[in-house]
Ligand binder design. Structure first.
Ligand SMILES: Cc1ncc(COP(=O)(O)O)c(C=O)c1O
Length: 359
């Protein structure tokens, strides 16, 4: 007889991993919206020096990291949550907020982890289609809020479509969301968004105790391999609740040390963002010159429609040429599409060359 699992195990989708991890030959990895840059040298040194203490458990309160984040963003430490990646905070928030009979509202397609929150908790997911420009349809999302709604997720810029909304539009929606609904504004890619100041959303926290800004060290700081993210919150309630549902010591010592050091390198981080934005402009132009429809990206990746073309065949062709990207189908994109991370100029050139051959 086989092991009997909880019902919810049948509902929870398996995260679609990018693959290629056991590959011998170096691949051009443009499938996971990672940073193409290695950690800053000072961050590497901080990780090395933290190695000496890995016989000890890490600080379970993440106190130094929360202090540094508090100084950087002017948000009290009590309103900051840390996570083993921002995904960890997202999943813990789902566990703390949702249960059968509750509802959560998010746009679709959006980040592939959001459906997991409903499946894991038994809450009802309301997926609101993106508008014609592949952006969140905020009025339609607002219209779905009921007394049963516990969570509204807004991904800005949106993964996988790369598109973003002006903050003023999100701010206007927040005025209309009832205070019992937690709003998670997932800003994993906000530093790449040129529609406004990435830190402008922080002011909204003072007006909205139900607001949570979800951020990460995975993208602009290039630390996704260590797993560390954070949330800046309108009240101490969510940081407290997510700590209640998680194991202690959820953020490892190397990740804490690396994140603390990374925060001290804002200028270098901004310089790397501008290099990625320059690649964004040139890759987008090249793709459009090939006649492809490319969404207006405000992130470190682009979303291109393949129209009548065969997505699987193009993915395979790219893979044979050593280039790893994401297929739109696996990301819930509807028609054939690709999500492609911007890498180094050399990596991007390899991708464009391979794609041109295939088209
Ligand atoms: C929209 C969005 N939110 C959150 C995350 C999670 O990032 P991490 O758990 O690495 O902080 C990602 C990762 O790709 C993402 O795309």
């Amino acid at each position: 007889m086989a092991i009997e699992f909880a019902q919810r195990i049948r509902r929870i989708p398996v995260y679609p991993a990018a693959g290629g991890y056991a590959e011998q030959a170096p691949l051009v990895r443009l499938a996971s919206n990672e940073s193409p840059f290695p950690p800053f040298p000072e961050v590497r040194a901080a990780i090395e020096s933290a190695l000496d203490s890995v016989n000890r458990y890490p600080d379970p309160t993440n106190s130094l990291l929360r202090e540094r984040l508090s100084a950087r963003y002017e948000v009290p430490t009590s309103r900051i949550a840390i996570g083993n990646g921002s995904c960890d905070i997202l999943l813990a928030a789902g566990e703390a907020l949702l249960e059968p009979g509750a509802e959560l509202v998010y746009a679709w397609p959006s980040f592939s982890v959001y459906p997991h929150l409903a499946a894991a908790s038994g809450a009802r997911a309301i997926e609101v289609p993106l508008d014609g420009e592949l952006r969140h349809d905020l009025p339609a999302m607002l219209a779905e809020i009921t007394v049963a709604t516990r969570l509204l997720l807004i991904c800005n810029p949106n993964n996988p479509t790369s598109t973003a909304l002006e903050l003023a539009r999100i701010a206007a929606v927040l005025e209309q969301v009832p205070p019992h609904v937690c709003v998670i504004l997932d800003e994993a890619y906000c530093e790449f968004n040129l529609l406004g100041d990435p830190d402008a959303s922080i002011e909204l926290l003072e007006r909205h105790p139900n607001l949570v800004l979800l951020r990460t060290f995975s993208k602009v700081y290039g630390l996704c391999g260590l797993r560390v993210g954070f949330a800046l919150c309108g009240s101490p309630d969510l940081p407290r609740a997510v700590d209640q549902v998680r194991q202690p010591f959820f953020c490892n010592a190397l990740a804490q040390a690396a994140a603390v050091e990374a925060l001290a390198h804002q200028d270098e981080m901004i310089e790397r963002v501008s290099r990625t934005v320059a690649e964004r402009l040139s890759v987008t132009e090249s793709l459009r010159a090939m006649g492809l429809r490319v969404a207006d990206s405000q992130a470190n990746f682009c979303w291109l429609a393949l129209d009548e073309r065969d997505e699987a065949q193009i993915m395979d062709g790219l893979r044979e040429r050593g280039v790893l990207v994401r297929g739109g189908a696996a990301l819930g994109g509807g028609g054939p599409a690709l999500r492609v991370t911007f890498g180094t100029p050399t990596e991007n050139a390899r991708f464009l060359e391979a794609l041109a051959e295939l088209l």
